[in-house]
Design a protein around this ligand. Sequence first.
Ligand SMILES: [Fe+2]
Length: 305
Amino acid sequence: MTVIRDWTPDKAHDFGREVLTFDHDLHRRPMFDDAGLAELLDRYPREKLGVFTMGDNPREWRTWRRGVAGALPGRVLLEMAREGRIWLNLRAANTYLPEYAALADEVFAEKEAMVPGLRTMKRDVGVLISSPNAQVFYHLDVPMVSLWQIRGVKTVWAYPVEAPYVGAEALEAIVLRETAEQFAFDPAWDFGAAMTELTPGRMLTWPQNAPHRIENGPMLNVSLSMEFMTPAALLRANVIYANGLLRRRLGADPAIQPGFSAQGLAKVAAARAAKLLKLQKAHERLLPVTFNLETEVPGLTKRAA
Ligand SMILES: [Fe+2]
């Protein structure tokens, strides 16, 4: 019995290359019911817990703010997610909790068994617990991503990896960590996006580096964000990194530098690849802390009892 219910040869072939949806059964597991999530929040290292809030306008990504959860019990945090306007991000749960390590092993083994030639590394299974109507602004990720809906409904827009959605220079700037992952967005671009309504039991993947944004429906949302790299994905990140260096150090347009040793540069970039991923994950932790859920719950006028 597989976790994904609707593998076909076409979908397996297009996995990671196209925007694709799949049916899965993870939402039926007891680890994701209220008691399971409260326990998860209690056992996950509190200092690693990402706590965020945000404004309503999808263009105003600067309203993304970071908070902390203090020593609040998991069941209270879950209640705050249900009633307030917060986004809880439990990155790399598979690194800290054995049942998530087992889940990662199970899912990635299936992907590798079903997708011809797929080899995954740097696997990161994150849990997202987020409030009714919360959003994640337009951004892109360096690794490959699949988003598994467990509870609630969210709408996801995935945009092509090309101008005007993301040009080569913008992509390089993100990989080089010069800018936030969240960047300028024009609502008119939605016409060029693949829009998916994710309900419990659906999973969505998109091509590496595809910009995307998310809006929750009017209910508590629980999703799993499974990130991974492949040798090809790592190479692509390295090439973008190398091109970014070329453009900056040599003032060159990398697309028209056939004489330069791309291989030599790729070697330098390869040494940086692992570091890049760490930098990307560290980035959101560098935002200043602007609220503490122990005293202020964004979106709530009064503290949850
Ligand atoms: Fe993302």
